[in-house]
Design a protein around this ligand. Sequence first.
Ligand SMILES: O=C(O)CCC(=O)C(=O)O
Ligand SMILES: [Fe+2]
Length: 344
Amino acid sequence: MNAAGPLPVIDVSALTGPGTGPGNGPEAGHARAEVARRIEAACLDSGFFYITGHGVPQALISELRDAADRFFRLPEEHKSRISMDRGGRAWRGYFPVGGELTSGRPDLKEGLYFGAELEPDDPRPLHGPNLFPEEVPELGPAVLAYMDALTHVGQAVMRGVALSLGLDEDYFAAGYTATPTTLFRIFHYPSPPYADPEEWGVGEHTDYGLLTLLLQDDNPGLQVHTSRGWIEAPPIPGTLVCNIGDMLDKLTGGLYRSTPHRVRNATGRSRLSFPFFFDPGWDCEVPPLPSLPAREGGRPRWDGLDLRAFTGTYGDYLTAKVAKVFPGLGCRVLPPSSGARENV
Ligand SMILES: O=C(O)CCC(=O)C(=O)O
Ligand SMILES: [Fe+2]
């Protein structure tokens, strides 16, 4: 592991607080511009940074962690009462260790998948009601409150991203994220022996959407593939790790790269992590931003994929990705005629 310098920590409170509206004075605008400059530097470098000043109450974070910890300590037969098989096309619920294949191999993690709470008859794949455990009744309310809080953080960071790209601060909120796709997962990485060096908690991958906002417990494990090599992104109390996903890469024509990362829990303890995905609306197509100069080439992606070649909606992209990491579920979420699978 290359011990290159740590990732930047950016205080985003200027983006979450009162904005540049009438009566707020020029200072608010200056503060936002400064945060945007730091976000730009981080996105041009590794695409990964920590944020502070996000405004998510510590009490809510503690409630969520405690409830998740209680859930993963339940016996397997209780956890599997909300198994993903029961969530169907909504892609919700619990999956056991080895149940997800991020890099074509089973991950050494178990987890819970959540999303916006919707009706069972929602026609879109990956949309519908959540499956919450009866054994831990406090988990459901904590998840929904946390997703709500993180949606605000996502909008705030995207204001900074917009400013960093020379766009109006509400550029994304007025379009791509007017109705964002929001997904939330809780992962538990047991502390396995890792006899095989090719075994990972989460295999190397990039994230699919615009931004990922990751809450970690006290245990390290996340590794990021920067241009200087693999570095660790250990937990820093009070922060969230923020990284950009494939859709922001695609929108910026590769100017902001979505960076591969992976997880190995070698602490000897259990590790919990809470990634929240803040993504474009389901029906949005995501061509390069018209305001940016067209860019040719650039370094090849880790997986050889050319994001510019994909032309469908974000919903198409996400559904095809999910079909790959959960092959059993894929046949249920992807219509047989979908061509998206081949392109992603
Ligand atoms: O668990 C982590 O620290 C990261 C998880 C991750 O990369 C993901 O869910 O996309
Ligand atoms: Fe990820």
